[in-house]
Design a protein around this ligand. Structure first.
Ligand code: ADP
Ligand code: MG
Length: 318
């Protein structure tokens, strides 16, 4: 088995062009830009809880970086530096090499330097900590939504939940939807360009990791308002095409997690700006509802009637 230090030298020491000092000393040294605030976030992935133990290591490495970068994107920040702490049951070098490659690839795609970490023996667990920057005062929090703001979601949320059901043999998917749904689950794309583009446009934002309703409820609680979602505006068609079951499609869209799409609110006067950003990023942005002074989350069906929606996000301790 390779030693901890050989593993670090071979797989975890990468070029860090945006960093004063990278891997190899007791700490990395970074120099944030003047006039910027630092954003810091950690995300841990535990085998059996957050991923299937037989997941392809390259994809797992990608996802570990992506879910961390997504948190920076969700506040309108630019992700800049990341560390990776690893607990590994055994030093399977091919597996570790593939994991490191996938992690580094996602970082490189967004100009993020992998500046350090920790490597230890233990039950398979991956924990990354990412640092990002935003001009002082410009990060987009969860607390800024106002009654009258519109609710938007990026991309095609619900695909990752369908991908998981496909892998677990719970739901057969149409042949041409299998790869997109499994890729949405295993290699999510952090919406980094979109997040920064929404500075000055979005009033509140987060990335959907635990389900659209549950995560929207976090914005509503932080902003002390409510919202009505329009069923007709939800991007359900691709999910129905994938699984052929409208009720399941709706459930995956509203409460499936793991897509890492951005959910945000913006005043109606910003519609044109949001549409321009959608064109620039090549990412569909769907206007799915409206914030209300009345608290709670409701869904308006085709009959015009709004019914309460349970905030059914994923909760590890529920
Ligand atoms: P220390 O004992 O001083 O904490 P370590 O032996 O844990 O140092 O790590 C040595 C160097 O290797 C440090 O710069 C650390 O950031 C880096 N390192 C260790 N594990 C990883 C990893 N998984 N990814 C990136 N860098 C790592
Ligand atoms: Mg250490």
């Amino acid at each position: 088995m390779a030693s901890e230090f050989a593993l670090i030298a071979r797989h975890f020491s990468r070029p860090t062009p945006h960093t004063v000092l990278g891997v190899g000393d007791d700490c990395a040294l970074i120099a944030p830009r003047a006039g910027h605030e630092l954003l810091v976030s950690s995300d841990m992935l535990v085998a059996g809880t957050h991923f299937l133990a037989d997941t392809d290591p390259g994809r797992l490495g990608w996802k570990t970086a992506a879910v961390n970068l997504s948190d920076i994107a969700a506040m309108g920040g630019a992700p800049r530096w990341i560390t990776l702490a690893l607990a590994l049951p055994a030093a399977d070098e091919a597996w570790i090499g593939a994991l490191a490659e996938g992690f580094a690839e996602c970082c490189a795609a967004h100009g993020v330097d992998w500046v350090g970490g920790d490597t230890t023996r233990g039950p398979l667990t991956l924990c990354a900590t990412v640092l990002g920057e935003a001009p002082a005062g410009c990060a987009i929090r969860r607390s800024g939504a106002q009654p009258g703001d519109e609710v938007w979601i990026s991309g095609t949320p619900g695909r990752a939940a369908l991908g998981l059901r496909h892998l677990l043999d719970a739901t057969p998917l149409a042949a041409d939807w299998q790869a997109p749904c499994v890729t949405a689950l295993e290699q999510p794309l952090p919406r980094v360009e979109l997040g920064q583009g929404l500075r000055g446009i979005a009033t509140a934002m987060l990335d959907v990791s635990d389900g659209l309703c549950g995560d929207l409820a976090h914005i509503l609680a932080a902003s002390a308002c409510g919202a009505v979602l329009e069923e007709a505006a939800l991007p359900l068609a691709p999910l129905v095409a994938a699984c052929g079951d409208p009720a399941l499609a709706r459930r995956c869209l509203l409460s499936g997690g793991d897509d890492y799409e951005l959910l945000f609110t913006a005043p109606p006067g910003q519609r044109a700006a949001v549409d321009r950003l959608s064109a620039r990023t090549g990412l569909p942005l769907h206007r799915i509802g409206l914030c209300t002074a009345e608290p709670g989350l409701r869904l308006r069906g085709p009959d015009g009637h709004a019914v309460p929606l349970a905030p059914t996000g994923f909760d590890h301790f529920a």
